[in-house]
Design a protein around this ligand. Structure first.
Ligand SMILES: NC(=O)c1ccc[n+]([C@@H]2O[C@H](COP(=O)([O-])OP(=O)(O)OC[C@H]3O[C@@H](n4cnc5c(N)ncnc54)[C@H](O)[C@@H]3O)[C@@H](O)[C@H]2O)c1
Ligand SMILES: CC(C)[C@H](C(=O)O)[C@@H](O)C(=O)O
Ligand SMILES: [Mg+2]
Length: 371
């Protein structure tokens, strides 16, 4: 298969982790005889610095005309720490999602057996956890009308959802649940928010077309607690934009590090694959960022194009790295590897899983500092 892939590495650790995802895709292309053509575009703080815009038209055009987008991360403290900044890196990401119509963000969360004792949560609580979070990505409070009063003392962000916006992601979430453990939990705040009551109404109506799936509801505050107390109760979680953002960072604690959590952002015509973490500015250039979230996002890209064996080749390599403790300091404080070394191991393993010449003993490179 030939795929044109736009690469938007962005800021901070974005370029370092994205480089490892590209390596994994190159290994897959070699083994399975595919052609992946990578075309780079600017986004985020680096795009503002170079062009004045967080999402230059050229980048948007590139993304709209490729098969898939591989996204790194955006964000820079020089904007985060300046409430009056006229433009922000995050606007680039939000505009990209909106313009490409990427309304469903799928965030898998699982407890890897080999990492189970690295999570701050107890083994018996997280064992068996395997959740698929369906986060609505182009609506809600992120995109509602924003206002600041003239005297700067009152600010508001409108949370708005239409029936159509709820319907399209709900169908995707039910279909996913049908292929999994047939349970769907809608996370909302229907005891307070009108928008959440519309979600409950629409999702309940749609559920009649998916009778094999059990639907339940949780208020988001309770869901945040259940995620820590009893995460294995969840199968598919469906939720609106902001709740999905927050609950997925929380859920990353189950796996042991946010540096493991990948995602796919899907629309009717475009698709983008992005780790859920941010630009982790403190780590930029230090080689301590975990590249696995970016690498597993590349696996989700392959799966999206029905390249299931190829996606599994990446996942097998990741699992082997985790099993052998070939990991960055977030998961390995004793003898961590650099971002690049983890990427090298995964690349080598995809190319030749049987090759006993991969030297597991000498791959560890010494102590790094965790930030
Ligand atoms: N999709 C995105 O591009 C995205 C997502 C979240 C935040 N951001 C932006 O990133 C910047 C920093 O935000 P933040 O500090 O709140 O979130 P962050 O995800 O960048 O980092 C939070 C913490 O998570 C851990 N972490 C993140 N990525 C990691 C990795 N690959 N390996 C190991 N540990 C990792 C680190 O402990 C870090 O301190 C902000 O400008 C924010 O707006 C961007
Ligand atoms: C950077 C920010 C706009 C973004 C979001 O809130 O969607 C991020 O936190 C994410 O999870 O991808
Ligand atoms: Mg987030």
């Amino acid at each position: 298969m030939k795929l044109d892939i736009a690469v938007l590495s962005g800021d901070g650790i974005g370029p370092e982790v994205t480089a490892q995802a590209i390596k994994a895709l190159e290994a897959v292309a070699h083994n399975f005889d595919h052609t992946f053509i990578f075309k780079e575009g600017l986004v985020g703080a680096i795009a503002i610095d170079k062009t004045g815009a967080p999402l230059p038209d050229k980048t948007l055009e590139l993304c709209a005309n490729t098969d898939a987008v591989l996204f790194g991360a955006i964000g820079d403290p020089k904007y985060d720490n300046n409430p009056s900044a006229p433009v922000r890196p995050e606007q680039g990401l939000l505009k990209l999602r909106k313009e490409l119509g990427l309304y469903a963000n799928i965030r898998p969360v699982k407890a890897y057996n080999t990492l189970i004792d690295k999570s701050p949560l107890k083994r018996e609580i997280i064992e068996g956890t395997d959740i698929s979070i369906y986060r609505e990505l182009t609506g809600g409070i992120y995109f509602g009308k924003k206002e600041l009063s003239e005297d700067g003392t009152i600010a508001s962000d409108l949370c708005e959802y239409s029936r159509g916006e709820i319907e399209r992601i709900t169908h995707l979430a039910f279909k996913a649940a049908q292929k999994r453990r047939k349970k769907l939990t809608l996370v909302d705040k229907a005891n307070v928010l009108e928008s959440s009551r519309l979600w409950r109404k629409v999702v309940s109506e749609i559920s009649t077309a998916y009778e094999d799936v059990t639907l339940d509801f949780l208020f988001v505050d309770n869901a945040a607690m259940q995620m820590i107390l009893n995460p294995s109760q969840f199968d598919v979680i469906l939720t609106e934009n902001m709740f999905g953002d927050i609950i997925s960072d929380e859920a990353s604690v189950i796996g042991g590090s946010i540096g493991l959590l990948a995602s796919a952002s899907i629309g009717d015509n475009c698709c983008m694959f992005e780790p859920i973490h941010g630009s982790y500015p403190q780590a930029t250039g230090k080689g301590i960022a975990n590249p696995i979230a970016a690498i597993l996002s590349a696996a989700m890209l392959l799966e999206h194009f029905d390249l299931v064996g190829e996606a599994n080749a990446i996942r097998d390599a990741v699992e082997k790295a985790l099993e052998l403790n070939i990991t960055t300091p977030d998961l390995n404080s004793i003898n961590p590897l650099t971002t690049e070394k983890v990427g090298d191991f995964i690349y080598d393993y995809i190319l030749n899983p049987e090759d006993s010449n991969i030297n597991f003993e000498n791959i560890h490179v010494g102590q790094s500092t965790i930030i």
